[in-house]
Structure formats: C-alpha cells, structure tokens
Design a protein around this ligand. Structure first.
Ligand SMILES: [Fe+2]
Ligand SMILES: [Fe+2]
Length: 271
C-alpha cells in the first residue's frame, strides 16, 4: 500500500504533533492509518448495496415532506426555504430557467449531449425540458412535464417528454440505454413499475414515435463534469424556432397549462 506522507501527517494533527510523538506512538499511528486506508479500499471495491422497496418506505415518516414534492416547495438538504426571486411581469422560458429551474445542470447536460450527437431539434428541445417540471412536482413527471410544455412546443417533443418517464424503466441495448443504478437507489432494487407504466411501455413499443422518448432516455445521464460550463445560450436558436413564447408571458396567456406556470412563479401563495 502506498502511503501519502502529507495526508498521514495531517491525519495526526500536523508535523508539530508528530514531532512530539515517540517512536512507538508513530508506529502505532501508522498501523491504524494503514488499516483505515485498507478498509476504505476494500469498501470502494464492494458493489454498492442498494436499498429494498421496504427500506425506502421505512424512510417516509423520517421526513417533514413527501418525496414527490416539487423542489420550489422544499428547502435544500433539510434547510428552511429561502425568499424566492419574483418573476418578471411577462416571463419567458429563459426567465423560468434562471429563476425556477436553476441550476438545471441535468437538463442542460442532456440537451448538450443530444446536440453533440447530432439529434433532431425536437429531441434536443425535449432533452432540454424533460425534467424541468420536477421543480413543481415529481410523481408522473413525464405526464406533468408534457402537459406544462405542450401548448408551446412541437408534438414530437411533448411526446418524448411524456413518455421518457416510462422508458427509463426498460433497457434497450440496441439504442444504448441501460437500466440506471440511480433507480435501484431511489426506488429500491426489487421495485416493479406499476401496471400503468407496464401498459404504457407495451403501447410505446409498437408506436411509430418510440424512438423520440427513447432518445431522451439515452441522453438522460447523471454523470456530470463539475467543471463543464453549461448554459442555455447554445439552445437560444432552437428555443426561438420551436418554443412559442406567448407575448403575455408564461402564465398569463390562458393556455391549458398557464396555471402551472403561475404556481411555479408564486409557490408561496397559500391558495
Ligand atoms: Fe425524467
Ligand atoms: Fe432526466
């Protein structure tokens, strides 16, 4: 085993502390340090132990909120919520990205990947929007998300958003999509999707647009380079061509999903 001298000395409290130790104390400290490192190395090689559905259910009553709550309604990591920045009078999609969906790394990264791999503009747009509704609500986010964006985007993009949620549960080797470890973590390794998801999958398998939501899942990765700078900038043209920004602002155009935008804009409203 290789010993990082600096890390070892720091773990003991620094060079001054080490200088005061006798030979026996140093030898003992080194042995403990090596044991700990060895334990860490062994642990790193063990396959991750995923929870069961029952273990995940047992966590429900340990939280003051439900897991399906949209992120604008809860504090981050158990913290209190913060005062939310008001939206401009006629908010655009970019305003919502900046003020309600931020940091939006996951969707920006998905769309960047779709763009780099030369996918259609409808798919790039679907990737960019596919999980934005998680700020509002989490269960059935495919359906909620499609409904939120449907009045403003191409039919294919809405279809891709609606059904990516279902296809996430079903690997497709040929398309390059594997069942995600993240789902073993968040649903439990013994989770079975409910019947309506199984039925939706059956419908999609024979649908002429199967590949639209499938390609969203292919770009739906968690790996994220923390140094990569992602922004909405590269998607300005695609948004301009395919997102029908209402002149009254999102939330005020009387569309079937206008109320959803207003709820995102004012999550502190008591009614
Ligand atoms: Fe999703
Ligand atoms: Fe996603």
């Amino acid at each position: 085993m290789e010993i990082d001298r600096r890390a070892f000395i720091a773990s003991l409290g620094g060079p001054a502390v080490v200088a005061m130790m006798d030979h026996e104390a140093k030898a003992e400290a080194l042995e403990h340090y090596m044991e700990d490192k060895l334990d860490e190395m062994v642990a790193a090689q063990q396959p991750e132990k995923f929870p069961t559905v029952a273990e995940i259910e047992a966590q429900i009553e340990t939280r003051p909120f439900r897991r399906g709550t949209g992120s604008v309604f809860t504090g981050q990591r158990g913290q209190n919520v913060k005062i939310i920045t008001p939206m401009p009078a006629k908010p655009t999609l970019n305003d919502f990205f900046e003020l309600r969906f931020a940091p939006a790394n996951h969707v920006l990264q998905s769309a960047t990947r779709a763009m780099k791999t030369g996918m259609s503009e409808e798919i790039i747009l679907a990737c960019l929007l596919h999980d934005c509704v998680l700020s509002l609500i989490k269960p059935d986010h495919g359906w909620w998300g499609a409904q939120l964006f449907e009045p403003y985007i191409p039919e294919k993009s809405a279809f891709a958003i609606r059904y990516h949620q279902t296809l996430r549960f079903y690997p497709d080797e040929e398309a390059g999509y594997e069942y995600p470890d993240q789902y073993y973590r968040i649903f439990g390794h013994d989770y079975q999707p409910p019947q309506y998801i199984a039925d939706t999958y059956k419908m999609l398998k024979n649908h002429k647009w199967y590949m639209e939501p499938r390609l969203v899942t292919v770009n739906d990765l968690y790996a994220f380079d923390p140094n990569a700078k992602v922004s909405i900038e590269p998607f300005t043209d695609i948004i301009g061509r395919h997102f029908k920004q209402p002149k009254e602002g999102l939330g005020y155009d009387n569309s079937p999903s206008a109320h959803m935008w207003r709820t995102l804009a004012r999550p502190d409203n008591p009614l």
